[in-house]
Ligand binder design. Structure first.
Ligand SMILES: *[C@@H]1O[C@H](CO)[C@@H](O)[C@H](O)[C@H]1NC(C)=O
Ligand SMILES: *[C@@H]1O[C@H](CO)[C@@H](O)[C@H](O)[C@H]1NC(C)=O
Ligand SMILES: *[C@@H]1O[C@H](CO)[C@@H](O)[C@H](O)[C@H]1NC(C)=O
Ligand SMILES: *[C@@H]1O[C@H](CO)[C@@H](O)[C@H](O)[C@H]1NC(C)=O
Ligand SMILES: *[C@@H]1O[C@H](CO)[C@@H](O)[C@H](O)[C@H]1NC(C)=O
Ligand SMILES: *[C@@H]1O[C@H](CO)[C@@H](O)[C@H](O)[C@H]1NC(C)=O
Length: 386
């Protein structure tokens, strides 16, 4: 047999871009399987707030149940696998749903003022409706209540954007991840193109409100009140990471539906806005190969949390849109990945990370950072093609 089967396999598996590095990248990945387990268990060990519950579930979805993540080949239909780890997190989100529909909200005094954070668990809850046939209506009822809250109860800004807060009209970059991927996912599962369009429009309105001219390019400020005041005008690494993670998920979700060709211009805008964030944030890398906590308006210590999130985005876009995102994105992602994995402590925690509640300080444990670590590892693995 003289036919070059290995070469054919390379093309079939789409590993051409990696060339002869596949096996070295694959072994580098395998060397980190133990660290990945520690990152995962530290995340699951943490006490979580609403947005952390949804983000943790998304990290587990990509790591344990990747068939059902929007990055999988056919995420909106049941297959042979029962996604138990993800549904375990979804169950807790529903058990802690408040009567107004917000998931994961009923903790402590249940006075969390966020309008969009609960929706971060919305997609995995809706996934239960087609993967767990014995509880189909349980999951669907919970997802419907969450959708109803963000569409019909949460306040809107003067442009029609859904406020990130329940008691005021504010744009937070975080909201782009919390709310809009769920709206798109609901649209994809229910074949409802107006919801796909709404998810896109919300991303667009948030970008219009928060985009600033930063020292390394156009990037997003953190929080703007619809009354014309910046609450946090800083270019915050995690805020930009949330926006990029959210827009990427909305883009990929639209692309996996029957509406992909008619909505190609929306997808193209979303990916160009993701690129804008990667370019601006990666140009600001610290000497330790991490993105800074703040580029303007706050301290510039290297933050492994936002860094892991943005490295995951770079690996995903390089896999999905290789003609738009060349090797410079994955080269930078590899530097960041090494820095992030090199900083993992003996308790499995990413370090240094921004305190998720005090954005200008480092913290000891960030659940979102742990989830971003899992997303980075999953995206790296998919890019290698193993
Ligand atoms: C292969 O990997 C090495 C080390 O990670 C890197 O320096 C090199 O640029 C990679 N080559 C290609 C073609 O990606
Ligand atoms: C799509 O979803 C929206 C919001 O729930 C709903 O008002 C509309 O009727 C749905 N459209 C279709 C075609 O089902
Ligand atoms: C605008 O909103 C900010 C933040 O919520 C608040 O501090 C400020 O008092 C408000 N200003 C006006 C004029 O309402
Ligand atoms: C894409 O973005 C451009 C520039 O912001 C805008 O003019 C255009 O209308 C957008 N396309 C769609 C489909 O929204
Ligand atoms: C990658 O290269 C392109 C084209 O040279 C450039 O516009 C972009 O800023 C680079 N991005 C990163 C993250 O290095
Ligand atoms: C963080 O911000 C708060 C409130 O703006 C401020 O009081 C505090 O001094 C800042 N801390 C650091 C380390 O910059």
């Amino acid at each position: 047999m003289s036919f070059p089967w290995p070469l054919v396999l390379c093309f079939v598996l789409g590993v051409g871009a990696l060339g002869s590095n596949v096996s070295s990248e694959a072994s580098a990945y395998r060397n980190h399987v133990g660290v990945a387990g520690s990152i995962r268990s530290a995340m699951l060990a943490s006490i979580r707030t609403s947005w952390e519950q949804g983000t943790a579930a998304a990290g587990i979805l990509e790591f344990d149940d990747e068939e059902y993540s929007v990055f999988g080949p056919s995420p909106f239909t049941p297959n042979w696998k029962f996604p138990m780890s993800t549904l375990q997190l979804a169950l807790s989100a529903v058990v802690r749903q408040t009567p107004d529909g917000r998931l994961s909200q009923n903790i402590g005094d249940a006075l969390d003022g966020a309008a969009l954070d609960g929706a971060s668990a919305g997609s995995v809850v809706l996934m239960g409706s087609f993967t767990d046939s014995s509880r189909r209506s349980y999951w669907l009822t919970a997802a419907d209540a969450e959708l109803n809250y963000i569409l019909n109860v949460a306040p809107r800004t003067s442009t029609g954007a859904i406020s990130h807060r329940a008691d005021s009209r504010q744009y937070w970059a975080d909201g782009v991840y919390m709310g809009f991927p769920f709206i798109a996912y609901y649209g994809a599962v229910m074949h409802n193109s107006s919801l796909l369009q709404l998810a896109y429009d919300q991303c667009r309105l948030y970008r219009d409100a928060l985009l600033l001219d930063g020292p390394t390019g156009k990037l997003w400020g953190h929080i703007y009140d619809d009354n014309g005041t910046w609450v946090d005008e800083g270019i915050w690494g995690s805020g930009n990471a949330w926006a990029a993670l959210g827009m990427l998920r909305v883009a990929v979700t639209i692309q996996k539906t029957d509406f992909a060709s008619e909505m190609a211009p929306q997808v193209a805008n979303l990916t160009s806005w993701v690129r804008e964030i990667l370019d601006g944030e990666f140009a600001a890398l610290t000497p330790s190969d991490l993105v800074p906590d703040y580029i303007t308006g706050g301290p510039s210590f290297g933050d492994a949390s936002a860094s892991a999130a943005l490295a995951s985005v770079a690996y995903r876009v390089a896999t999905l849109y290789p003609e738009q995102f060349g090797a410079n994105y994955t080269r930078t992602a590899a530097r960041i990945r090494n820095a992030v994995l090199g900083g993992v402590t003996n308790l499995g925690t990413l370090s240094p990370v921004v305190n998720p509640l005090v954005w200008n300080e480092t913290g000891l444990l960030s659940t979102e950072a742990q989830a971003f670590g899992l997303m980075m590892l999953s995206a790296w693995k998919d890019w290698i093609g193993i």
